[in-house]
Design a protein around this ligand. Structure first.
Ligand SMILES: *Cc1c(COP(=O)(O)O)cnc(C)c1O
Length: 391
């Protein structure tokens, strides 16, 4: 019996406690205070008549397994899986589909997912229809005889559009469709999609879960064991697994998820309100703002608003000027770290998307995305104010 099994079930504890007491936090063999890094590719068969619990690290590694159980616990799912990147998690999951299948995808999906669907999976005969998922009629209208899955991202990237998770999953279930959701922006601290009926939750753990801009990783959680077995077969068959070192590093970052998310969210709310009143800013996107479209739906399905604030400064020239003047945030692709990160979707995350398609989706040349870190918010505001005023 492990240390944390003695009293209350670990599933029943508060989220903050689960982050520290997830089952493998104390090494059973030595009492070590963190999960050992099993830097091994293969495992000795002590008894050739009895298969060992671990056989070969692509198929299973104890360090990775600890992380996989950890994310399953946090999302409230049956099985977790760790991948080499968010895109490895997403692409492996899409291979649950077969040639001839059709998937309905939120139109302002992450740029890399858009690229996967429109330049790789299309060649393999997997067909996609992108829809504005804030329009439920449009989602329903997109269903065809060969539709097999629905893929959501809420709040979406970078304009933070809200999909009603329970509404879409209830409809998808009626039609036997698999539901997948990219939960990168919210993390299981703010939003647990499995509780809303989603079958498969995906993460770029490179972002908030890792939290320190020092590890590339992806995670997936299935709501049930049956889907878990299918995804396990794909993870092993494709070999898209996360290594032991990265698995350890990710768990190290995840322990502080709640503390980091709370602090960054508090600052993001202040930043969004300040930006709304700024004369150089044309539009602010943040689910915590009173006028954010479908805010009440977001509040029904999430416990917070996250740390990503997007805003439009009106033109590409102004956006580039801003990016070259800020002193504090990292100007980079990515988000969800201890340091603030300012990115420029038109030239970075959404560069793969044709300009016309971007424009249709509100990803204008003046749009920038601010991922609020743990710096003092007054310093961040002062820095941004100076950059916006051109000083
Ligand atoms: C970054 C990101 C991904 C891709 O993850 P990688 O770890 O970069 O492969 C997928 N979805 C969202 C929402 C992201 O922000």
């Amino acid at each position: 019996m492990s240390h944390s099994d003695n009293h209350r079930n670990k599933e029943e504890r508060a989220f903050a406690t689960k982050l520290l007491h997830f089952g493998a936090e104390i090494d059973e063999h030595t009492g070590a205070s963190s999960v050992p890094i099993y830097q091994a590719s293969t495992f000795h068969h002590h008894n050739i008549f009895e298969p060992p619990p671990y056989d070969y690290s692509r198929s299973g590694n104890p360090t990775r397994q600890a992380l996989e159980d950890y994310i399953a616990l946090l999302e409230g799912g049956a099985r977790g899986f760790a991948f080499a990147s968010g895109m490895a998690a997403i692409s492996t999951s899409f291979l649950l589909l077969s040639a001839g299948d059709h998937v309905i995808v939120t139109e302002d999906v992450y740029g890399g997912t858009y690229r996967l669907l429109t330049s790789i999976l299309d060649r393999l005969g997997i067909e996609t229809t992108f829809v504005d998922m804030t329009d439920f009629e449009a989602v329903k209208a997109a269903r065809k005889a060969n539709t097999k899955a629905v893929y959501m991202e809420t709040p979406s990237n970078p304009t933070l559009k809200i999909t009603d998770i329970a509404q879409v999953t209830a409809w998808a279930k009626e039609h036997g469709l698999l539901t997948m959701l990219d939960n990168t922006f919210m993390t299981p601290y703010h939003q647990r999609p499995i509780e809303q009926g989603v079958d498969l939750v995906l993460h770029s753990a490179t972002k908030f879960l890792g939290g320190h801009s020092d590890v590339l990783a992806g995670l997936a959680v299935t709501a049930d064991d049956r889907l878990g077995r299918r995804l396990k077969q794909l993870q092993n068959g494709l070999g898209t697994v996360l290594g032991a070192q990265e698995s350890w590093l990710l768990m190290r970052g995840m322990k502080t998820l709640q503390a980091r998310m709370e602090a960054s969210e508090r600052s993001a709310r202040r930043l969004a309100e300040w930006l709304e009143a700024h004369p150089a800013v044309e539009r602010v996107y943040y689910p915590g703002l009173a006028n954010h479209p479908r805010r009440e739906i977001h509040e029904k399905q999430s416990r917070g608003y996250g740390a990503v604030v997007s805003f439009d400064v009106g033109s590409g020239e102004r956006a580039k000027a801003l990016l070259s003047r800020v002193r504090l945030p990292l100007v980079a692709v990515s988000l969800g770290a201890v340091e603030s990160i300012l990115s420029y979707p038109a030239m970075m995350s959404h560069a793969a998307m044709p300009k016309e398609v971007r424009a249709e989706r509100g990803i204008t040349d003046g749009l920038v995305r601010y991922s609020v870190g743990l710096e003092d918010i007054n310093d961040l505001i002062e820095d941004l104010d100076a950059a916006l005023r051109g000083s």
